[in-house]
Design a binder for this molecule. Sequence first.
Ligand code: ZN
Length: 296
Amino acid sequence: MNPSLSSLLPDTPLPLPFLFIITGVFGAIIGSFLNVVIHRLPQEESIVFPNSRCPSCTAAIAWYDNIPVLSYLLLRGQCRSCKTGIAIRYPAVELLTALLYVAVTWRDGLSLALPFDLIFVSALVALIFIDAEHMLLPNAITYPGVIFALVARLVIPLGGGAPHFDDLEPLTRGFLHGMPLWAASVIGAVIGGLIGGGSLWLMGWTWEKLRGIEAMGLGDVKMMFMVGAYLGWRLTILTIFFGVLSGSLIGIALMVRQGRRNMQMLLPFGVFLGIGAIAALLIGSQVVVWYAGQFG
Ligand SMILES: [Zn+2]
């Protein structure tokens, strides 16, 4: 399916199913950590201290009750002390992160890009769930996210191997011809960031002028600067397309269900942009090639 997968097969010391099991379990553990980030970051609590507690009865959660997905099933979704229901979000985030880690490993193989892509996906999962719950995309994720994207865009091309980023080939074929790959990659990151952040800023500004209400926070702009820098301009446009399409469909569905009175309701757009960015990372390059093929 993906060329990196077949190149992984001959020289990897691990049989592929084992690699997927390892990254899946690792993903579930990271998902468990992301649950802490999602719960505590919007409340400006420390992510490291104190240890996990039941939000209802504040009883400390023992390690054996904190095993990703499994503990939720064994406890039948209830706190051991007070029997209050545990939010389905906890096992859902753990399972989702595990599946995404397997998917990214499938796409990347054992490469220098793999850990970077896993971090990128983890940041998006945190942003998606925080935005869904609090309509908020914290600077504590988006600011370091921009720095992370720039570092990745510098380090991965310097590490050699196949060009990982989708925009590199068209950029070096075009106006960055003859430039070292790492430099083209960093310039591509800035272009992608400006296109991602700029589009969202422009959409918010236009909406504000048309409707006289603030439609989008700057959180979306910063998030898309980070996504744009990492994915490059082509996959960023695709991300926004995915985001607008899925956001509109869900928005219309909700309006139909709840009646016209909620027309002014705000949707957490970051959720849809985040889903779009993950989709673009996983299958975007193939979609771009297919789309280009439609027009010769
Ligand atoms: Zn409890």
